[in-house]
Design a protein around this ligand. Structure first.
Ligand code: ASP
Length: 329
């Protein structure tokens, strides 16, 4: 990206004060932790209270699911898949049913999953008939020697895996159709972040294993064949023994700056703590309004950091922390 003038940089840093970080306190006794997101860029703050509450209640429901499974000892990678799968079925979010429409008025879905304890990972890009792309990503991880399958190849793999299939129109909701019409009418085709809501989850389980999963319909009006950051390991999704990260926002920016891996690398190589690493990348490397991440580390700290007006998100841990939020920091 071109460098901005000093003045613009200062304006950007000042603007970041409206973004947020949510560090959890250092806690050696933390046995499990989970953070999830339902996309950066949200409804307006003055949206009807009932609409905002619908998001909060959806986030609470999946956070409870993740909390209960981690508390009973389930593996982080399976918990991440289960949470993302639920969010894929919720039409409020831009993943699975409710996914954004591309420039041709169809859906191409991307997803990835990564088990930080083994570095095993799997991803699919541009799938059109798979109800739960995160499940297919997990099957790529478990049943193939590959990391990423795309388009027709991913669909053919789905045929062999007997995962649930749906017609492409099944993913369309009235709301996404309206976003698509708005995109079609607008002059400034660079501004594609209409109707965000990518979903993601990161977790540390009771065995100390970290994992991440992300699923998205991508950007409204994206070109046919465009792949964003979500299914690209190291950009929108990453987990190793140090940290697990799931991102949401302008995928091209997350790809350019390999956001998820850079956060883990800052902890490993620069000695940052999780909150500092995530803030360095989201608040200083990315541009204002690019989006945000949720992340956990090996000690069970969990953060949600974003530079947009808000991010649908939730964090819970074994110390009793249980929070969902959209705007407030
Ligand atoms: N990161 C996603 C993409 O670029 C979109 C989003 O998170 O809203 O495909």
């Amino acid at each position: 990206m071109p460098r901005r003038s000093t003045l613009l940089c200062l304006a950007f840093l000042a603007a970041c004060a409206t973004g947020g970080t949510q560090p959890s306190p250092g806690d050696p006794g933390c046995t499990w932790a989970i953070a999830l997101h339902g996309g950066a860029g949200t409804l307006d703050r003055d949206a009807p209270a009932a609409d905002l509450e619908a998001y909060r209640s959806a986030l609470r429901r999946v956070l409870e699911l993740g909390r209960d499974r981690l508390a009973r000892g389930d593996a982080a990678v399976l918990v991440c898949e289960a949470v993302v799968r639920e969010l894929e079925d919720d039409p409020l979010f831009n993943a699975g049913r409710g996914a954004a429409l591309n420039a041709d008025g169809g859906h191409e879905l991307d997803a990835a999953i990564m088990d930080g304890s083994t570095m095993a990972c799997g991803a699919v890009a541009g799938v059109r008939t798979v109800r739960h792309p995160v499940e297919l990503a997990r099957l790529v991880m478990e049943r193939t020697p590959h990391v990423l399958l795309m388009g027709d190849g991913a669909e053919r793999f789905a045929d062999a895996m007997a995962v649930e299939r749906v017609p492409n129109e099944w993913f369309t909701t009235e709301r996404r159709q309206r976003s698509f019409e708005a995109w079609r009418q607008q002059q400034d085709r660079d501004n594609q972040r209409i109707g965000p809501g990518t979903v993601g989850c990161v977790a540390r389980d009771r065995q100390g294993r970290l994992a991440a999963a992300t699923s998205t319909g991508g950007l409204t009006g994206k070109r046919f064949g465009r792949v964003g950051d979500s299914p690209i390991v190291g950009a929108g999704t990453y987990a190793n023994a140090t940290a697990a990260v799931s991102g949401t926002g302008t995928g091209e920016q997350f790809l350019r700056h390999t956001v998820a891996r850079t956060i883990a690398a800052r902890i490993e190589l620069a000695g940052d703590d999780l909150a500092a690493a995530a803030a360095a990348v989201v608040l200083r490397t990315l541009d204002r309004d690019d989006g945000g991440v949720v992340a956990v580390d090996a000690a069970g700290h969990a953060v949600a950091v974003y530079n947009s007006d808000g991010m649908y998100r939730g964090i819970a841990d074994s110390r009793g922390r249980f929070e969902v939020a959209i705007f407030e920091h």
